[in-house]
Design a protein around this ligand. Structure first.
Ligand SMILES: NC(=O)c1ccc[n+]([C@@H]2O[C@H](COP(=O)([O-])OP(=O)(O)OC[C@H]3O[C@@H](n4cnc5c(N)ncnc54)[C@H](OP(=O)(O)O)[C@@H]3O)[C@@H](O)[C@H]2O)c1
Length: 388
């Protein structure tokens, strides 16, 4: 026992108790590390147990995480009007199991986007979400904004977009959110949007191509193309072409295309297996709304895959996803039949918060995550800074 005490590992009530001279701290991303003030060194492993840890859960109510001029994280307790460098969540750490469960085991269909992003800090990241005034797009925009990202809601209707911005600000008054006009059914609008975005001179780390329309009666856009095809696919295709240089300059960056499982129920090849372009923008005589939607969603996936092939060597990756089936958003607004079907299915389908989980999940596991797991040396930030 004396030897243990001499080595600074004296008998304590808790195996987690630190030997004298050691201090427990957290990184911006919630990893716990240990500073030895005698030897002026840091390490990720607990000096007694050898375990690595992370903080669990959110900050207590009224607390906020900030970064000082030296890049060191500190915490503001707004209720008691105090500031500290000690993370209050250190009371509730969890072991970082070296044999981590796979992503599939960690998250499932009942995980919300907020749960996926929990503990992530997107400060400094710029996220653009199309069709962000409602449904999956809104939940996606909100989740990123509440995690510190600068989020741009690209919407065709400015009053609906402004209302969505206000709803996010009601949740967190410091959220960095703004709305810009983008009508995917008008190629000129896409072009104007891209110009306006570039004029802001900001990077683009995450582009979520989410806007979509479903069960529309046949119509042509001003550009002379079938509307579902243009809104769901071609408008996004054009938008990505126009913003490609910004994405590459912002690398690592990511495009996320919200597709649908219904892409399975169609193809765009003719009977001889050759690509049949006439199947994309259908004429009124060949038009069936469900078929047009399915094809546009197939285009989403083919586009995302090809984009990934072309741009991933330049640090821009792309993924397409299926958010879930028959989720009760505004997507059915064009047809009373689908409205009825979606209403009947509602008790058995995902909520919007669950529906946007795949979007945040793709992002979190993507190259643009600002979160680094501890690999190198834990940071040394000098002697322990207490309440200030
Ligand atoms: N809900 C589901 O079950 C489901 C299943 C699989 C895939 N998805 C996909 O998920 C995505 C989001 O759908 P959601 O369910 O969240 O539906 P939603 O609530 O209707 O959202 C669609 C968004 O797209 C916008 N939009 C429509 N036309 C546009 C245009 N011309 N230009 C710009 N924005 C336009 C809408 O704006 P307005 O409000 O102005 O119309 C709205 O913000 C879609 O791509 C959809 O295909 C949904």
């Amino acid at each position: 026992m004396a030897a243990l005490r001499y080595a600074g590992l004296d008998d304590t009530d808790s195996e987690d108790e630190l030997p004298p001279g050691w201090e427990e701290r957290t990184t911006k991303d919630g990893w716990v590390y240990y500073a030895n003030h005698t030897e002026e060194k840091t390490q990720w492993e607990h000096p007694k147990t050898g375990k690595r840890k992370r903080v669990a859960g959110d900050l207590p109510y009224g607390w906020e995480q900030e970064t000082d001029e030296n890049g060191q994280v500190f915490f503001v307790d707004h209720i008691n009007k105090r500031t500290t460098y000690l993370d209050p969540r250190l009371a509730f750490t969890v072991d970082d199991n070296p044999t981590k469960p796979t992503t599939r085991q960690r998250y499932d269909g009942s995980t919300t986007a907020m749960e996926i992003l929990q503990g992530r800090d997107f400060t400094g990241k710029v996220v653009l979400v199309t069709g962000a005034n409602s449904g999956i797009g809104f939940e996606t925009a909100k989740s990123f904004a509440l995690h510190g990202a600068h989020v741009i809601l690209a919407c065709r209707n400015m009053s609906r977009a402004s209302e969505a911005v206000s709803r996010i600000l009601e949740e967190w008054h410091k959220a960095k959110v703004e709305a810009m006009t983008l009508d995917l059914a008008v190629l000129r609008s896409v072009q104007h949007f891209a110009e306006a975005f570039k004029a802001k001179n900001v990077p683009l780390h995450i582009l979520v191509c989410n806007a979509g329309t479903f069960a529309l009666p046949w119509s042509l856009t001003k550009d002379g193309l079938e509307t579902t095809f243009q809104v769901n696919h071609l408008g996004h295709f054009y938008l990505v072409q126009l913003l490609q240089d910004v994405l590459c300059r912002s690398a690592p960056a990511r495009v996320i295309v919200v597709s649908s499982e219904s892409h399975r129920f169609t193809d765009i090849n003719d009977s001889s297996g050759k690509l049949d372009l006439s199947r994309l923008s259908l004429s009124s005589s060949d038009y069936w709304a469900m078929l047009a939607y399915n094809r546009s969603k197939l285009c989403n996936i083919l586009f995302s895959n090809e984009l990934h092939r072309l741009l991933s060597p330049r640090g821009v990756t792309s993924n397409a996803l299926h958010p879930g089936n028959m989720m009760f958003s505004a997507i059915h607004r064009n047809s009373w039949v689908y409205k009825l079907l979606f209403t009947l299915a509602r008790p058995f389908t995902k909520s919007m918060a669950l529906g946007c989980h795949p979007v945040s999940h793709h992002q979190k596991n993507g190259c643009t995550s600002s979160v680094a797991e501890p690999g190198g040396q834990a940071p040394w930030t000098g002697s322990a800074a207490e309440w200030r």
